[in-house]
Design a protein. Structure first.
Length: 564
């Protein structure tokens, strides 16, 4: 891990005859693979498909809201469209987004292992995910669901005539997929680290996925049981939640949010872990406060289980209970701020290189900061009474989950793309797309804070009672088309790079970490020989690195021919 010499093409080891991409070209060799890297790519393709479905629904919502009394669709259709958007984006895109793709690809490589501990379980997890996704799509095509992705009772259990059963079945099944992945990660990280790779030498990416896996294993069974209870009430009239049947609707909200608040950390902790890798590599500096960042992931994972009641401030819970939830919600800000400060310090003391992944990383910091800070307004009971169920909440969680997590995902994809494919995309296109996404995102969601503050409720398909909201809705809809262009761009230049991008060696960014020590794309079992680790993570040498020209910079300067 101690050499920086890999940036010189001459020192590259001869590329191995076969790599994980060329090892078997048949469809069966992909669909029956147990190679974690191939499974990661299967996931990458499938989450992209689901993202496209969810994005289509989002654009329908934005079109409808361009005018105060929209005529694009019936109110009933509108309810089904926003539910479809939420279900697909949360359960089939955001939750698996980083762990199942980047996590799957990188964890074994980062710890010097040949594969995950249970390769077949990994493949099964992908099949379960796809089956669940297909079920959700069938539910949408055979009538749709109108409850919202939160499935609040008693509407979902007694009154709704839509495809609730099929949809919660799909969410239930998807839960098994994430549990399988989490078990695989935990066992692999415990058992399969290379010689010398102690816990405190692990990349922070691995720490973040470890904390995420623990949250998945503790939280997911709760939503599974909640959905089973909902099915029990809907089908067998068991009476858990509906007052008519002797149940309590608020019980559903407690159970739902006991999972779904931690679920937001299932989405954001992996994003944090990607950030730590990007910041340190592009600041050419050891990360500031390694163990604080590692432990703050565990702290966020733990505290995340104690704050669910902040979704119930207006549901009739006692004021004293609300105060406790409010205070604990504020406490989550502490470990989150620790991370932001440590990244900022790393950048401040580093010598920063502005390549595409760093553009995305900086975008993440800006957007996540707004998302996190607005969470504090919602965690204060007095302000939440005004803001609850308005567009302020919609803006808040989109800043966190889309502005934050998706930005980190794209940063990670751009960082590890040359490792996954052996080819480089055009850095200038990458920077352009990151910039367009940042601008489009803010234009879409900043107006929604204003809308919420002015009193626009979420989930309404019209607002003719307040036509003065229109200007903000139009800004938001305009922003969303810019955003759509930004998100579509990587699809094109990344696919282009597969054929025409310049080939790269093992370590085009001159980065640290075991994954950069093997060929790009890596051989089937990752390493020719098991690597031995002799130093801590991120041992960059800022002074020597001033001089280093990375392979990516030489490509950008035209030193290397394209399509070589
Ligand atoms: C760390 C990343 C975070 C994510 C991914 C996230 C995500 C979400 C989501 C998805 C919702 C809306 C759920 C819905 O009703 O559909 C929400 C609402 C809320 N968030 Fe966050 N959040 C994060 C951080 C925070 C923080 C740091 C706080 C407080 C310090 C916070 C406080 C709240 C509150 C109080 C609500 C409920 C608002 C209401 O319905 O009136 N969030 N968040
Ligand atoms: Cu919450």
């Amino acid at each position: 891990m101690s050499t920086v010499s890999t940036q010189h093409g001459a020192a590259e080891p001869a590329a191995p005859q076969s790599n994980y991409l060329t090892n078997g070209n048949t469809i069966a060799s992909w669909l029956l693979t147990t190679d974690h890297k191939r499974i990661a790519l299967l996931y990458l393709v499938s989450i992209t498909v689901f993202f496209t479905v969810g994005a289509w629904a989002a654009s329908m919502i934005r079109l409808e809201l361009m005018v105060p009394k929209g005529t694009l669709m019936e109110n009933d259709t509108y309810n089904k469209i926003f539910t479809m958007h939420g279900v697909v984006m949360v359960f089939f895109f955001l939750i698996p987004m980083i762990p199942a793709t980047l996590g799957n690809f990188l964890i074994p490589m980062m710890i010097g292992a040949r594969d995950l501990a249970f390769p077949r379980l990994n493949l099964l997890s992908w099949y379960v995910y796809v089956a669940a996704g297909v079920l959700a799509v069938i539910a949408m095509l055979t009538g749709g669901v109108d409850t919202g992705w939160t499935f609040y009772t008693p509407y979902s259990s007694i009154y709704s005539n839509s495809q609730v059963g099929l949809t919660i079945g799909a969410a239930f099944l998807a839960g098994f997929s994430s549990i399988f992945t989490a078990i695989n990660f935990i066992v692999t990280i415990h058992k399969m680290r290379a010689p010398g790779l102690t816990w405190f030498r692990l990349p922070l990416f691995v720490w973040g996925h470890y904390a995420t896996s623990v949250v998945i294993i503790l939280g997911t069974p709760v939503i599974a049981i909640t959905l089973l209870m909902l099915a029990g009430e809907r089908v067998l009239k068991l009476g858990f939640f509906s007052p008519e049947l002797g149940g309590d609707p608020v019980l559903f909200q407690h159970l739902f949010w006991f999972y779904s608040h931690p679920a937001v950390y299932i989405m954001i902790l992996p994003a944090f872990s990607v950030m730590s890798e990007l910041i340190t590599c592009f600041s050419r500096r050891k990360i500031f406060g390694y163990s604080f960042i590692a432990f703050s992931s565990l702290a966020i994972g733990g505290l995340g289980f104690l704050v669910w009641g902040h979704h119930l401030f207006v549901s009739g819970q006692s004021m004293y209970q609300g105060m406790v939830f409010s205070i604990i919600s504020f406490l989550v800000a502490v470990p989150s701020a620790i991370k932001i400060f440590n990244w900022a310090t790393t950048i401040y003391k580093g010598s920063v290189r502005f390549n595409t992944p760093m553009f995305y990383a900086i975008g993440f910091m800006g957007l996540f900061l707004i998302g996190g800070l607005t969470g504090l307004y919602l965690s204060s009971m007095a302000t939440d009474i005004h803001l609850h169920d308005t567009y302020f909440v919609v803006a808040h969680f989109h800043y966190v989950m889309v502005g934050g997590a998706v930005m980190a995902m794209l940063g990670g994809v751009h960082f590890w793309w040359p490792k996954m494919t052996g080819r480089m995309y055009a850095d200038s296109w990458g920077k352009l797309s990151a910039t367009i996404i940042f601008v489009g995102f803010n234009l879409t969601f900043l107006p929604q804070f204003v809308l919420g503050y002015l009193g626009m409720p979420r989930r309404y398909h019209y607002y003719h009672f307040a036509p003065e909201f229109q200007v903000w809705h139009v800004m938001s809809s305009a922003g969303s088309s810019i955003l759509a262009v930004g998100y579509a761009m990587p699809l094109f230049y990344l696919l282009w790079s597969l054929k025409r991008g310049p080939k790269v060696g093992p370590n085009p960014w001159a980065a640290k970490g075991l994954e950069w020590q093997t060929a790009s794309p890596p051989p089937t079992f990752n390493f020719e020989t098991t690597p031995v680790v002799t130093e801590e993570a991120y041992e960059y040498d800022p002074e020597a690195d001033e001089e280093v020209t990375t392979e990516v910079e030489r490509i950008a300067a035209g030193d290397l021919p394209h399509g070589r």
